[in-house]
Design a protein around this ligand. Structure first.
Ligand code: FAD
Length: 603
């Protein structure tokens, strides 16, 4: 790759100190952000332990066009259990096993949810976590680069600098190449009747809008936690990164976290290291609950069954698991514009574009997952809003869970449902996302599912995969919303701006019309995941199944925090990386404000 890599300094087992102020478990999106911010104070020492290795600056990581091509060795080999509402299929659980975690392997879509998404977090009992509270941290995390004047003039991209960051570590920018049909996408949604916000990053992420990528425009490469929060600060003597090692459990003296036990990846040797101030879990939503459960922090019955000594009975650990299920439609443009994604099959075009990227950092190799999406509230999607909201409202909460589920988990679901339904009625959250701007084939994503899954260990072997249950479409009303979203997709394709391109739906075909047929189609083609696992150590009051409080400290113990996507109590209607960066930025400030000598235990 043309640019000069900055050599990150990593430590070996032998170089590790006996103790650090902070131990960060997982050098991914949130973990590296927190480690960076904590080591800005030269008097504080931080050890990050990461299962994965540094990537080798392969094109798969850096060149936007190659998103989704990182080799399997950079992912965990995780699969869900069979999902009954998905025809008993199993599904992959994609999680990056590499320094940078999800930020290294994701699709680079870089957007934010609406104010309503985060205000739900606040209203569920988390003061300080509403939109106004988080906006400063969204800004702190990024440097936004406005699109060039040609992009603005040709496509009409609008943005509001007052809600954007100008000096943060992650670069947010538009590629210099955008497919012209994206303009039709925006126009068709406007014709359909949806709102078009001036800047979706302003808390008004409702409707069809433009969004940047996590893209460094100077080099036209991925901007991610490994470069932004590690390479650039790798010379700090107070930051150590140990790669290729997995944390197997948190160590406690009574209820005080004192350090961690870890092992070489795939190995059997066990070592320990001490944390003077805090252990910070950032292993991602699939693994953080696993580590907690292995450490004796989790549901009493599970820990007893596996003979794990109980540090604290926390029923919420591994519960409230959410992701964004998606249904993939197909369609064609009879009169497609040029260039379009179909050029990708033309070898001459690809060669030209490759040279253009290498020589001028331009062309379609600069594009990743696109730059437009539509996030639609329920009342814009269908005239069945009242019926669907009433259907959710009439559900008996305990019937959403297996018999014997702890009452706090059920109370938490009820609280989430009631708050969500109020937001849906008020039209302040989106329920469906339409992604893939330049083609008639769109991913239709369910943004606010009320189905919930779980992640649970069934072995005391820390290297065994946990049991992952997406809880896919467990709630039938979730499927019904997808049905309405498919109907709306057809309407959007029939709008003049799409018809100018001769848009035609092909799958589901036009002869699939009844609710029953559409339901069956949705179940057959959907996946439970768009790789946004969240919620498995939720920030909620303890009596609502919470695992951490608003300071992200784990209930019932001291000196232990969670800072990754696990803490998300209700998944926001957005791709979630910028939210994870904002969470990590906020919690870094909280941790730095804390007085070390005070032991805080929430009960
Ligand atoms: C394929 C894919 C595509 C995506 N596309 C987008 C997108 O386009 N836009 C968007 O906004 N979001 C996207 N996301 C989601 C987003 O990237 C993630 O939500 C986010 O990166 C999660 O951050 P995290 O800090 O919670 O976890 P991660 O970034 O996954 O970090 C967890 C880290 O912990 C390490 N770890 C795990 N267990 C242990 C252990 N026991 N010991 C030590 N280390 C451990 C892991 O190796 C990993 O590095 C995508 C995710 C994936 C996987």
């Amino acid at each position: 790759f043309p640019s000069t890599p900055l050599l990150a300094r990593i430590v070996s087992e032998q170089d590790i100190d006996h103790s650090y102020d902070y131990i960060v478990v997982g050098g991914g999106t949130a973990g590296l952000t927190v480690a960076d911010r904590l080591t800005e104070n030269p008097r504080k020492t931080v050890l990050v332990i990461e299962t994965g290795q540094l990537d080798e600056r392969e094109d798969a990581f850096l060149v936007p066009h190659f998103i989704g091509t990182a080799p399997p060795k950079y992912f965990y080999n995780l699969t869900s259990i069979p999902q009954p509402a998905g025809g008993n299929r199993t599904f992959p659980v994609l999680a990056g096993c590499v320094v940078g975690g999800g930020s290294a392997v994701n699709g680079m879509f870089f957007d934010r949810g609406s104010a309503g998404d985060y205000n739900l977090w606040r209203d569920l009992g988390n003061p300080g976590w509403g939109w106004d509270d988080l906006l400063p941290y969204f800004k702190k995390s990024e440097t936004f680069h406005p699109p060039d004047s040609t992009t603005v003039e040709d496509l009409g991209v609008t943005y509001n600098m007052s809600v954007r960051g100008t000096s943060g570590p992650i670069h947010a920018s538009y590629p210099p190449f955008l497919y012209p049909a994206v303009k039709n996408f925006q126009a068709a949604f406007k014709e359909f009747g949806t709102h078009v916000p001036y800047d979706g990053a302003s808390g008004d992420a409702l409707g069809a809008f433009w969004t940047p990528n996590s893209l460094d425009p100077a080099e036209m490469i991925r901007s991610y936690a490994r470069i932004a929060h590690y390479d650039l600060i790798a010379s700090r003597p107070n930051l150590h990164l140990l790669t290729g090692h997995s944390v197997t459990k948190v160590l406690f003296r009574g209820v005080i976290a004192t350090g961690v036990e870890f092992t070489p990846f795939g190995g059997s040797r066990r070592m320990t290291v001490n944390a003077k101030s805090e252990v910070i879990l950032a292993a991602g939503a699939p693994h953080t609950p696993q580590i907690l459960q292995l450490s004796g922090v989790g549901p009493e019955a599970l820990l007893n069954k596996l003979h794990i000594p109980i540090v604290v009975n926390l029923p919420g650990v591994g519960q409230n698991f959410q992701d964004h299920p998606a249904s993939f439609t197909d369609g064609i443009f009879v009169n497609d514009l040029n260039p379009s994604p179909s050029n990708n099959t033309n070898a001459t075009w690809i060669e030209e574009q490759s040279i253009l990227y290498e020589t001028e950092k331009k062309g379609f190799y600069t594009t990743s997952s696109g730059n437009a999406a539509a996030f639609i509230p329920l009342h814009e999607l269908t005239n069945r809003t009242d019926e669907l909201v009433d259907a959710y409202a009439s559900q008996e909460p305990k019937l959403q869970f297996p018999a014997g589920t702890d009452s706090t988990i059920i109370a938490g679901w009820r609280a989430q449902r009631d708050a969500l339904l109020a937001s849906i009625r008020a039209g302040v959250v989106a329920v469906s996302e339409y992604a893939n701007g330049p083609t008639a084939a769109m991913a239709i994503v369910l943004e606010k599912p009320l189905s919930r899954g779980s992640i649970t260990i069934n072995s005391t072997d820390p290297l065994a995969n946990p049991v992952i249950d997406y809880g896919f479409y467990k709630n039938p009303v979730d499927v019904e919303i997808q049905v309405e979203a498919i109907r709306a997709w057809r309407k959007v394709l029939s709008m003049p701006s799409w018809q100018a391109l001769g848009a035609q739906p092909t799958n589901p075909a036009n002869n699939i019309t009844t609710n029953e047929q559409l339901r069956e189609w949705v179940i057959q083609v959907s996946t439970p995941t768009t790789s946004h696992p969240s919620g498995t150590a939720s920030m909620l009051p303890k009596n609502l199944g919470g695992v951490v409080g608003p300071d992200l400290r784990v209930y019932g113990v001291s000196k232990l925090s969670v800072v990754d996507a696990s803490i998300i109590p209700m998944i926001p209607a957005t791709h979630i990386q910028s939210t994870v960066y904002a969470i990590a930025e906020k919690v870094s400030t909280l941790i730095r404000l804390q007085v070390d000598s005070i032991l805080i235990i929430h009960f």
